[in-house]
Design a protein around this ligand. Structure first.
Ligand SMILES: [Zn+2]
Length: 424
């Protein structure tokens, strides 16, 4: 199928200035040509006129949990098929909000990904970690009470959600290696670990360091052997230092950062993937949680992240767009609010690059585990996947435009139109 997009005002994902009046030729889902004139020798099956819109790369959310369509307590009462069916709704809505690719850092979305990639259901491309790996009593140990203690009554088998493989416990080097290789077998593009305490779990204080250096090193070595990388959930400063020293390449949240840690990130080319709009929401208790303990922990994280943004800007750290929304479709609907937060901290162009070319660069660190190796993502140039949006207004000048998904009129993924609301 050959598609031509004509009269394009193009933001290619990188340059500040738009290329105007150009033609984008698409063949088999990838960009064949970007030119100032239409090639008369090529016959196109479909021509789409982009007059009046800014064409930008499809957006990338580098921190999602696409299968998490309610609070943990609610998810724990659902069967696997219930969780999977609900995830198709979340996926479709993400695509309609302009996200043509997500990096999923913890959910067993294997069936969803297969169904999206075979075009059975609409949704974004997924770079999955599949099950996120945690130590027992670490951040992903979501047992809800201590009567669920292991051995006495089979431990995690009491938790339906953990049994489904969204979150995985592994202790000691051999178990860490086994679980890492299990995720790679399923097609994980990278591995997600929990290297420190978290806000949404009951039994691990925020300031804890999780995993020993030996365990972490074993996981990193295994993934590096596939040319890919480990990302780690992390809030506490000491835990961040250990993760960076042991070769973790993407810090999720990276909340309680200081100048030393920022310099380490710069030296070792480590990415940070914070969630500022979510931080603002949780700091103001706007996201439903299961208990008062969780509200207290998340409030602290929310306030910490807002300070961390200053360091990310000061040192010019590699930073990708991420939202980390966990909840019902109403909660996920706040995904685009992150654009206003990014504009506030980094300005429109840098904020937009964090969700396009920068995030694309991060995802391409998957090396031999890249599930979409044929083309680039997050940029619009020859050879890249034809993932693009028609936007009302110019988000390079004002990123707030993307905070309202209704300004995203057309969503194209792999050369195929998934949303077109130009007439409505
Ligand atoms: Zn997360």
């Amino acid at each position: 199928m050959k598609v031509l997009i004509k009269n394009v005002s193009l933001f290619d994902g990188i340059s500040e200035t738009l290329t105007v009046d150009c033609y984008i030729g698409i063949e088999d889902g990838r960009i064949q040509s970007i030119a100032q004139q239409q090639d008369p020798a090529v016959a196109y099956d479909k021509v789409i006129d982009a007059t009046g819109y800014t064409v930008i790369p499809g957006l990338i959310d580098a921190h999602t949990h696409i299968a998490m369509s309610d609070t943990f307590l609610a998810l724990d009462k659902m069967t696997a098929e219930e969780v999977a069916i609900r995830s198709t709704v979340i996926a479709k809505q993400m695509l309609e909000r302009g996200f043509t690719t997500v990096r999923d850092v913890g959910s067993n979305c294997y069936g969803l990904k297969q169904s999206i990639d075979s075009d059975f259901v609409p949704g974004p491309r997924i770079y999955p970690s599949y099950g996120a790996i945690s130590q027992t009593c670490g951040h992903a140990d979501y047992r809800q009470n201590r009567a669920q203690r292991s051995v006495f009554n089979q431990g995690i088998e009491d938790s339906s959600f953990m049994r489904q493989g969204h979150l995985i416990l592994a202790d000691g080097v051999p178990e860490c290696l086994k679980r890492t290789r299990d995720q790679i077998f399923m097609g994980a593009s990278h591995i997600k670990v929990f290297g420190g305490g978290g806000a949404s779990s009951l039994f691990d204080p925020l300031d804890t360091i999780q995993y020993t250096r030996e365990e972490l090193r074993a996981i990193v070595e295994t993934v590096t052997n596939y040319g890919s990388y480990v990302c780690s959930h992390i809030h506490a400063g000491p835990a961040m230092k250990i993760a960076i020293e042991e070769g973790v390449k993407s810090l999720e949240h990276a909340t309680f950062m200081d100048d030393d840690i920022a310099r380490m990130c710069l030296d070792k080319e480590v990415w940070v993937v914070p969630q500022y709009a979510t931080a603002e929401m949780i700091a103001h208790r706007q996201i439903p949680l299961d208990s008062e303990i969780l509200y207290q922990k998340t409030e602290r994280v929310g306030k910490g992240l807002l300070k961390q943004a200053e360091l990310v800007e000061k040192y010019g750290l590699k930073c990708a767009f991420g939202t980390d929304l966990i909840g019902t479709p109403e909660v996920h609907a706040r995904q685009n609010a992150e654009f206003s937060a990014r504009k506030k901290y980094f300005g429109s162009l840098r904020g937009l690059k964090q969700a396009t070319s920068d995030a694309g660069e991060l995802l391409k660190m998957s090396g031999l585990l890249d599930p979409y190796p044929e083309g680039e993502i997050g940029v619009l140039r020859e050879g890249a996947y034809a993932d693009m949006l028609f936007v009302q207004g110019n988000p390079v000048e004002d990123l707030d435009i993307l905070a309202n998904a209704e300004n995203i009129k057309v969503v194209i993924k792999g050369g195929q139109v998934y949303k077109d609301t130009r007439l409505s």
